[in-house]
Ligand binder design. Structure first.
Ligand SMILES: C[S@@+](CC[C@H](N)C(=O)[O-])C[C@H]1O[C@@H](n2cnc3c(N)ncnc32)[C@H](O)[C@@H]1O
Length: 257
């Protein structure tokens, strides 16, 4: 007989398309058990039934299963490589590149991309797709308000140009906001668009099983044009990039052959 948690996984998958089996189990089970207990449910079966009737509870489940920590210019040296080495090549090949921030969380990553792109072209010509599985987080991303912690690596001159500051924090300016199309999406279930020049997918693959990562690398490779780049997080090196038709262009940057 299936245990309560495994049945919950099956139910969630059937209802939402979200496959919790593709996330590393120990951590996921711990996070969801603590939410279930906090909400006063004795088992996952009653928790799931309640979720079906209560959109707020479902959103809380989504929030709990995901980890949303992000920062502007996360690992600043990598963004320097993107700006000084990767983008000049990509832009030579395509002056209007198709860019995707996959698992964008509260928006720091796509906004960082937009700020960097503005060093190469007018913002009115920049267009970036930004997706995340978590609806609530996307609403926060669209508002674009940040406390001090998220902006610690933003260069001083950028802070002044890109944000409106008030007493409690920083709000990203509208002309930067307007370059981003936020959309909900599940990396582990969706079909991807194609012909991307640059896909940035950082600090989410660490939560996925090896099998899920393997499929995702292949889907990213298929979604890139030849010469396009996959930019991954600083603990997420791909050990056998050639398996997916990638060559290493720099540390954490993979070029589709
Ligand atoms: C730790 S944040 C990373 C944010 C940003 N990429 C960065 O590096 O700062 C991980 C994000 O992945 C999202 N996520 C988790 N599973 C996902 C999935 N299957 N599809 C799309 N996004 C997912 C979470 O909602 C969360 O916002």
């Amino acid at each position: 007989m299936k245990c309560d948690y495994n049945e919950f996984i099956d139910n969630v998958k059937r209802k939402t398309g979200i496959d919790l089996n593709l996330y590393k189990e120990a951590q996921m089970k711990r996070r969801l058990t603590s939410l279930r207990e906090k909400k006063g449910f004795n088992d996952f079966s009653s928790f799931f039934q309640a979720m079906l009737k209560d959109e707020k509870l479902f959103d809380e489940f989504l929030e709990r299963m995901t980890i949303n920590v992000s920062e502007f210019y996360r690992n600043p040296k990598r963004w320097e490589v993107l700006e000084n080495k990767i983008l000049p090549r990509l832009l030579k090949q395509n002056p209007r590149p198709k860019i995707w921030s996959a698992a964008c969380s509260t928006g720091e990553e796509p906004y960082t991309l937009a700020i960097i792109m503005s060093h190469f072209m007018p913002l009115s010509q920049v267009s970036i797709l930004a997706t995340d599985i978590d609806r609530a987080i996307l609403e926060r991303a669209k508002v674009g308000f940040y406390a001090e912690r998220s902006i610690k690596d933003v260069p001083k001159e950028v802070l002044y140009n890109a944000f409106n500051k008030d007493t409690i924090g920083y709000t990203i300016k509208d002309e930067i906001k307007n370059t981003i199309k936020f959309r909900q999406g599940n990396l582990l279930a969706d079909r991807f668009e194609s012909n991307f020049d640059l896909i940035v997918c950082r600090n989410v693959m660490i939560y996925f099983t090896e099998e899920a990562k393997h499929e995702l690398y292949q889907k990213f490779s298929d979604a890139l044009r030849p010469g396009g780049i996959l930019f991954v997080g600083s603990t997420e090196q791909i050990f056998n990039p050639q398996t997916y038709g990638f060559e290493t262009e720099d540390t954490f940057f993979y070029r589709k052959k």
